[in-house]
Design a protein around this ligand. Structure first.
Ligand SMILES: Nc1ncnc2c1ncn2[C@@H]1O[C@H](COP(=O)(O)OP(=O)(O)OP(=O)(O)O)[C@@H](O)[C@H]1O
Length: 430
């Protein structure tokens, strides 16, 4: 939150705006205690956005802290309608509106106070999984609003805050104005930059945006949180440059899990009709991606650790009897001699040569035999972990005989294993 002390330095325009606003609420001088509807006492400024100022306030009736947002009234009918719609929105991921009203040229909303950081602040340094979880919550808030016929029109990481349970809660529903008023109100280049960074192309062309626009802004925000990069170059700060940047492929996608990237790319399509039909469709895919990513990893790790342990146990039980199996055709003299002399370093070198030769000639049976020889040898070289990995390969190769892809990748693995052990001094030279 920005510096919210009453003494924080305001621009002349802001100070003038606030003085006028406070006057409307009955305060003759600024700063002076201001009460809205004889109930909500404004305590300090939390922040000021393009559309209004948010204050920490005391609700004297229910004796609790709340946030009060005061903004220009605009069309009183629209304000009235929006206020009612917002009050109907009950969802854990949408900020609660307790009350609303108008006074002179202003309207005010009394909101649930969210004391956590913004989603943008919170995501820094967090894992993909954690970021996806919070964004899925925020997305559910958007989806619920869409079901009630409301679009946000200004979704961005700064418009989501965490509540006291760590849940993402979307702020500012239905409060954003269309682009014409945004252009008129853009006070500083930073403000323009911050807002433009998430706007869909249709908004940049001055069209009113709806659910599909929210979807675009949501995808840009999530992409940025995961990759650390806004997907579209932000060099130009005018509408036209930004519009053209959005037509280019998004940047930084290599940092995202494939399924998430594909889902977001669709959500960021320049044409609204090419995006997901609903937020729900997008969230299903993102939710699935966050789960799918986790399980193969966990399962793979459990299986690998389990197999490795089994192999190590097996190795210790057979290490005295395991024969060195060599391919019939290639009992390399050097290898046999080296094994007899128990010169492991030499033997490994000879093994690797023979092994590479077998791999080169695509002789699978020889290859498996070499893998067995390598495993046995690694075991003799007192490298049980590497040996267990080699045995694992042997069992894979035997089980999947004829799988040329596996054959090739195993070929690389055995080479790497041998390379690792070759650095170890042989027992004789120790
Ligand atoms: N209910 C709330 N609880 C806590 N902080 C809030 C609440 N509503 C808004 N804020 C914070 O008050 C500040 C000003 O909010 P506001 O919505 O006016 O502007 P903004 O989101 O920064 O910009 P813009 O209006 O351009 O979207 C922001 O830091 C916002 O996170």
């Amino acid at each position: 939150m920005e510096d919210s002390s009453p003494d924080a330095i305001l621009s002349i325009e802001d100070a003038f705006y606030e003085a006028r606003m406070f006057k409307a609420f009955g305060a003759d001088q600024y700063p002076q205690s201001v009460s809205i509807a004889d109930r909500f006492e404004l305590l300090e400024r939390i922040g000021k956005g393009s559309y209004g100022t948010v204050f920490l306030a005391q609700d004297h009736e229910l004796e609790r802290k709340v946030a009060v947002k005061v903004m220009p009234l605009g069309d009183p009918h629209v304000a009235e309608r929006e206020g009612k719609l917002l009050a109907q929105l009950r969802h854990p991921n949408i900020v609660r509106i307790h009350d609303h009203g108008t006074k002179d040229d202003y309207r005010w909303l009394v909101l649930e106070l969210l004391e956590g950081p913004t989603l943008g602040e919170w995501c820094r340094g967090k894992s993909t999984k954690a970021i996806l979880e919070r964004y899925l919550e925020a997305g559910k808030g958007l989806e619920a609003a869409h079901r009630h016929g409301m679009a946000h029109r200004d979704f961005k990481p700064g418009n989501v805050r965490l509540d006291d349970q760590g849940r993402a809660v979307v702020l500012d529903f239905g409060l954003a104005r269309n682009l014409e008023s945004l252009q008129g109100e853009a006070g500083s280049p930073d403000q323009v930059y911050g807002t433009f960074a998430y706007l869909p192309p249709e908004a940049l062309r001055g069209q009113r945006t709806g659910e599909k626009g929210d979807q675009f802004s949501y995808c840009v925000s999530l992409w940025e949180a995961l990759s650390g990069l806004n997907p579209f170059a932000l060099d130009g700060r005018d509408l036209e440059a930004r519009f053209h940047a959005i037509q280019a492929p998004p940047r930084g996608g290599e940092r995202l899990p494939r399924r998430v990237r594909q889902a977001l790319e669709r959500g960021m399509s320049p044409l609204p009709g090419d995006r997901w039909p609903t937020m729900g469709g997008l969230l299903d895919v993102l939710g699935g991606a966050s789960k799918v990513r986790r399980w193969p990893w966990v399962l793979g790790s459990i299986v690998t650790v389990g197999l490795l342990s089994l192999n190590i146990v097996y190795l210790w039980s057979v290490r005295e009897r395991a024969p060195v199996v060599l391919p019939d055709e290639l009992p390399k003299l050097e290898l046999v001699e080296a094994l007899r002399a128990r010169d492991h370093k030499e033997a490994l070198q000879a093994l690797q040569d023979s092994y590479l030769e077998a791999a080169r000639q695509d002789r699978e049976t020889d290859f498996i035999s070499f893998a067995v020889a390598v495993a046995t040898h690694l075991e003799a070289a007192a490298k049980p972990v590497e040996a267990a990995e080699a045995w694992l390969l042997v069992s894979h190769l035997a089980a999947k005989s004829g799988d040329s892809q596996l054959f090739l990748s195993a070929s690389d693995k055995v080479s790497a294993l041998l390379g690792r052990v070759r650095a170890v001094p042989s027992p004789r030279s120790r």
